[in-house]
Write a protein that binds this ligand. Structure first.
Ligand code: GUN
Length: 281
């Protein structure tokens, strides 16, 4: 029987544990951990993601705040806002919601976030630590995926892992984090030749391309585990990067869309926030 890797249920369980850890932190430190989100513009998907992050922060007892900036604001305005949060001793974690409007250089903005407040693990310092295998904040979606895989006891050591998608948010950090766990990792992208063949070699397949139902079940090796990060609204509802029809017969474990990776990203963000607060001197 194929295992459904239920991110929604696991995130709920971890929220209860995190709530206790936040309570313990509050009574020892005599302060409340605080997450600040910077949201530029009115992208509807980003609005929804941020709303969910704020709601879940409240559930676990983490204070949160959204700083909104106009879509046409100057890059300097965003940098100044980040600077102000860097300086604010009440702020433990800063998250600049991506994507940013095209006129703003996202790399510059992310690099401006103080390393000790980088709750997303996306600054050059955090990613440098990841490459060197030094402890530090890890990006939320890859962290959430590892938590999910560990919970369902999906073996990683020595396994053939294929990642489809090479983004800085998911694909690249995921590859590094799986190398840390002794997996053999291949990262595929739009120029990969014979994608179906490469995907067919995977013991574990992780897809993060945002292209609805791009990966066909017939490409998969029997017994593969599949993690689907993609989520796209289509006329027939929310779908992932992997066509879910007939997948159960092929896989040994898979994540649903929605209710798989998404809730795990949010719980990782909150875990990162508490860890940053706890490391404060
Ligand atoms: N946009 C979609 N996912 C994420 C994320 O994990 N962090 C940030 N900053 N933006 C996102």
């Amino acid at each position: 029987m194929a295992i459904l890797m239920d991110g929604k249920a696991l995130a709920e369980q971890r929220r209860a544990e995190l709530k206790n850890a936040v309570e313990a932190y509050k009574s020892t430190a005599q302060r409340t951990p605080c997450l600040n989100v910077v949201l530029v513009g009115e992208d509807s998907a980003s609005e929804l993601y941020v709303k969910n992050k704020i709601k879940m922060a409240e559930v676990v007892g983490i204070q949160s705040k959204v700083e909104r900036l106009h879509a046409e604001c100057a890059q300097e305005d965003v940098l100044q806002r980040v600077d102000a949060l860097n300086e604010d001793p009440c702020v433990d974690g800063i998250l600049v919601q991506l994507p940013l409007p095209k006129a703003i250089n996202a790399d510059k903005v992310i690099a401006q976030i103080a390393a000790d407040k980088d709750v997303d693990g996306l600054t050059p310092v955090s990613l440098g630590n990841l490459i060197r295998g030094i402890d530090g904040v890890r990006p939320c979606t890859p962290r959430g995926i590892l938590t999910l895989l560990d919970h369902y006891e999906i073996a990683l050591e020595g396994k053939e892992v294929v990642i489809v998608g090479r983004s800085s948010l998911v694909g690249k950090p995921m590859a590094l984090m799986l190398l840390e766990r002794d997996a053999t990792v291949k990262v595929c992208h739009s120029r990969t030749q014979d994608l179906a063949e490469v995907v067919g070699e995977a013991d574990l397949l992780i897809c993060a391309i945002g292209q609805p139902e791009f990966i066909r079940p017939e490409w998969l090796k029997k017994g593969v585990s599949v993690v689907d990060v993609g989520i796209t609204k289509t006329p027939k509802g929310w779908v992932g990067d992997v066509c879910a029809e007939g997948i159960r017969e092929k896989v040994s474990a898979w994540t649903p869309v929605p209710g798989g990776v998404g809730p795990m990203t949010v719980i990782s963000l909150l875990e990162n926030t508490l860890e940053l607060a706890a490391h404060k001197k």
